[in-house]
Design a protein around this ligand. Structure first.
Ligand SMILES: NC(=O)c1ccc[n+]([C@@H]2O[C@H](COP(=O)([O-])OP(=O)(O)OC[C@H]3O[C@@H](n4cnc5c(N)ncnc54)[C@H](OP(=O)(O)O)[C@@H]3O)[C@@H](O)[C@H]2O)c1
Length: 263
C-alpha cells in the first residue's frame, strides 16, 4: 500500500468553475492530494483543474468514492469508469466506498473493487463512514488502506481509530474543521495566538500530530488553501495537544439518515 499524503484538498461543495480553479490552484501551491467523489458532481471540473495545473498525474494523490446506490459488481465498474473519464485519468490512487450499504454484501463490492485494482485502474482500496465493526469486517475481506470518517477536535473517534490501527489502516479525517464550526473555538484561538498561527492551522495540526491520521480540509478560497497548507509548518507543544484533547468530543456534524449506528 502507498503512503497517503497527510494533507489533501477536500472538494465537497466546490462545483463548476470554482472546482476547476480550486484544484488548479491547490496543485500549483503544492498540495499533492485531492479528494473528490462521484456524488459531488464535480469530477469533470476537478479533472479540468488537474489538466490546467501542469502537475503530472503521477506526482499527486487522487481519491474518489463510489456512491452507496451502486455497489453491485457491475455498478462498481460503471461508476469507476465514469469517474476516470470525468477526471481524465487512467487510474485513481484510492477508491472508497463512500457510505456502507447493508443491502449489498460487502464482499461483492470489495471483490469488484479488487478486480479494478488488479487491472491497474485503482491503486488502493478504502472505505468511508465505516464503524469499527465494519472496518474489521472489511479488513477481513480485502486489503484496505483507509477509512475516511468525520474527525476533528469536537468529535472522538477512539473505537474507529483502534480498529484502524489494529489492521494498519490510516484514518482520513474529513470535516477536520467541523465544517467551519471549530473556527470559533476560543481555545484554538488562544493556542493560535501563542503559536503565531490561525485556529484552522491549530485544528489541522492537532490531527496531523496523531499517528496514522491524515486529513482533507475543504477550502473554497485561495487564502484558506494557503493557510491550511501552513498547518504542515507549525508546531504544537504536548500541552497544547492535551488542552485540545480535553475539549468536549460529542459534536458530529455529518450524519444523514442512511448513516450506520455510530460507535
Ligand atoms: N467521506 C465523506 O462522507 C465526507 C463527508 C464530508 C466531507 N468529506 C470530505 O472532507 C472535506 C472537508 O470537509 P468539509 O467540507 O465538511 O469541511 P471542513 O474542511 O471541516 O470545513 C470547511 C469550511 O471551513 C472553511 N475554511 C477552510 N479553511 C479555512 C481557514 N484556513 N480559515 C477559515 N475558514 C476555513 C471553508 O471556507 P471556504 O470554503 O470559504 O474557504 C468551509 O466553510 C470535504 O470537502 C470532502 O472532501 C467527506
Amino acid at each position: 500500500m502507498n503512503d497517503i499524503p497527510p494533507l489533501g484538498l477536500g472538494t465537497w461543495q466546490i462545483t463548476g468553475p470554482d472546482a476547476t480553479e480550486a484544484v488548479r490552484d491547490a496543485l500549483a501551491l503544492g498540495y499533492r492530494h485531492v479528494d473528490t467523489a462521484r456524488i459531488y458532481g464535480n469530477e469533470a471540473e476537478v479533472g479540468e483543474g488537474i489538466a490546467n495545473s501542469g502537475v503530472a498525474r503521477d506526482d499527486f494523490w487522487l481519491t474518489t468514492k463510489l456512491w452507496r446506490e451502486g455497489l453491485r459488481r457491475d455498478e462498481v465498474r460503471e461508476q469507476l469508469e465514469g469517474s476516470l473519464r470525468a477526471l481524465r485519468t487512467d487510474h485513481v490512487d484510492l477508491l472508497l466506498i463512500h457510505w456502507p450499504n447493508d443491502d449489498v454484501p460487502l464482499d461483492e463490492t470489495l471483490g469488484a473493487m479488487a478486480e479494478l485494482r488488479d487491472e491497474g485502474k485503482v491503486l488502493d482500496l478504502g472505505v468511508s463512514n465505516f464503524t469499527s465493526a465494519q472496518v474489521r469486517e472489511a479488513a477481513g475481506i480485502e486489503r484496505i488502506s483507509t477509512n475516511q470518517v468525520e474527525y476533528h477536535a469536537y468529535l472522538s473517534q477512539e473505537p474507529v481509530l483502534e480498529a484502524c490501527r489494529e489492521h494498519g489502516i490510516v484514518l482520513t479525517a474529513y470535516s477536520p474543521l467541523a465544517n467551519g464550526k471549530l473556527l470559533k473555538e476560543p481555545l484554538l484561538a488562544e493556542i493560535a495566538g501563542e503559536r503565531g498561527a490561525t485556529p484552522a492551522q491549530v485544528a489541522l495540526r492537532w490531527l496531523l500530530d496523531q499517528p496514522d491520521v491524515v486529513t482533507v480540509p475543504k477550502a473554497g478560497s485561495h487564502d484558506n488553501r494557503v493557510a491550511n497548507l501552513g498547518a504542515l509548518e507549525i508546531e504544537l507543544s504536548g500541552e497544547d495537544r492535551e488542552r485540545i484533547d480535553g475539549l468536549p468530543k460529542d459534536r458530529r456534524v455529518i450524519s444523514p439518515g442512511f448513516a450506520p449506528a455510530w460507535d
